[in-house]
Design a protein around this ligand. Structure first.
Ligand code: SF4
Ligand code: SF4
Length: 414
């Protein structure tokens, strides 16, 4: 059970109907997409038949979020999605028109503006699109401001557009995120701080702030569900970082399939090993995302169940905040994160500025208390060794984990 209190929605903008995204809260991958496929299809069709113009603009982007979206696998809406992919009115990677025809269409202004990639604010020419009236390369910064102020909905697709992401990284100090050479920022956040390209008070004509569909890359189902919600005119509950709360409310750690290993202090020594990945830098104890339930790749995998620790890619100030990856030590004090849940004995205020997990485990070879503990356990356990076969037989007749280990798996509720 998480020690964190349930997070409350920061705001309920433009509540024009039930919050469709609440339907997906804690539901499995694909379940809501299948169950509410008709509604999703009708929403996406609005983007296809021209009743709602959707444009996708790329700033400082690796196009990974586009690739993730293209590879979405939602069978119930597959056909419509493929139409949407082809007919988004502007997407520099996907669309058929090119040159002036493409840019002229964009200039008309979409109803829904999707932005992928960070926006360079100090050196705007680091990302340009088309030319301005003087014939000079036109910064994506200018496009985003122009189009964002006219759109009903602005969505930051991926953590670069939401918070600055990779182009804003490199200082290893979350307080300095945004101080990248190009001044890379998110649309409405600069790392963890409100105020990216648009100020904190920015709202679209529909009364919405920039909606941050975070992730590196974003998860296609997150974007599809968010699009379906806003295109159908529903309100969206957002968290303090403007992420859709039903998608980014759960703590990764809460529903992780390795949680039982965590509770039993069974930790992997290397990425790819069996056991909880905390000791190899898993950020699942800090990262908010429903990824532990909404598995990728046809509902089969997510980072941790293929041996890769969570690297916190959905959180603001990712990458700096959680790097170096695959390590439970860091080279700065910076973030003020709370202790991992359920680990009050871990010490420190952050997994990197305190002794961390190692402090809560017996350390027999290296400390006097550890040696004393080991000796006491030997005195108690050695005489009981002849009983081991009976314990083994008992184990065969139980349903495993919790009895043998003496630990109840905590409730997923939080
Ligand atoms: S969020 Fe990640 S995948 Fe998406 S554009 Fe940025 S670096 Fe690429
Ligand atoms: S692998 Fe990470 S998210 Fe999973 S239980 Fe361990 S610390 Fe938590």
């Amino acid at each position: 059970m998480s020690t964190e209190p349930p997070r409350q929605p920061r705001q309920e903008p433009a509540p024009t109907g039930p919050d469709f995204l609440r339907l997906v809260d804690r539901s499995e991958a694909g379940a809501v997409v299948s169950e509410y496929g008709t509604e999703i299809v009708s929403a996406l069709r609005g983007g296809i038949d021209g009743s709602a113009g959707v444009a996708w603009v790329q700033g400082q982007s690796c196009s990974g979020c586009t690739m993730s979206f293209l590879q979405s696998d939602s069978p119930a809406i597959e056909e419509t999605l493929s139409e949407l992919r082809e007919r988004v009115s502007f997407h520099s990677t996907l669309m058929e028109p090119s040159g002036d025809a493409a840019v002229d269409g964009l200039a008309e202004g979409p109803d829904v503006l999707i932005v992928e990639g960070a926006i360079p604010t100090r050196i705007p020419r680091a990302a340009t699109l088309g030319v301005d009236e003087q014939g000079n390369p036109k910064p994506v910064l200018d496009w985003v401001i122009e189009l964002g102020e006219r759109a009903d909905v602005v969505i930051a697709a991926g953590s670069c557009a939401a918070f600055g992401g990779l182009p804003a990284a490199g200082r290893h100090d979350s307080n300095e995120v945004g101080e990248s050479p190009t001044g890379a920022r998110g649309l409405q956040f600069d790392g963890e701080d409100p105020g990216g390209v648009f100020g904190p008070a920015f709202r679209t004509d529909a009364g919405l702030p920039v909606i941050n569909v975070a992730g590196c890359p974003l998860y296609a189902e997150h974007l599809i569900l968010t699009l379906a919600t806003v295109l159908n005119g529903h309100g969206v509950a957002l968290d303090e970082y403007n992420r859709p709360l039903p998608l980014f409310g759960p703590l990764v750690h809460d529903d992780c399939e390795l949680r039982e290993d965590y509770e039993c202090f069974e930790f992997a020594a290397e990425p790819g090993d069996g056991g909880c990945l905390y000791d190899v830098g898993c950020a699942g104890v800090y990262a908010h995302c429903d990824g532990s339930m909404r598995l990728r790749n046809g509902g089969t995998t997510v980072c941790r169940n293929v041996g890769a620790p969570c690297i916190g890619c959905v959180e603001p100030a990712f990458w700096d905040r959680f790097s170096p990856f695959y390590s439970n030590t860091r080279d700065d004090d910076g973030t003020g994160r709370a202790d991992p849940p359920d680990r009050p004995e871990a010490g420190g205020t952050d997994r990197n500025d305190g002794p961390g997990v190692a402090a809560s485990l017996p350390d027999a070879p290296r400390s006097l208390p550890g040696i004393a503990l080991a000796c006491a356990m030997a005195v108690v356990l050695v005489p009981l060794a002849p009983l081991a076969p009976f314990v083994w037989l008992y184990d065969r007749h139980t349903d495993g984990g919790s009895i043998v280990r003496g630990v109840d798996r905590p409730s997923a509720e939080h």
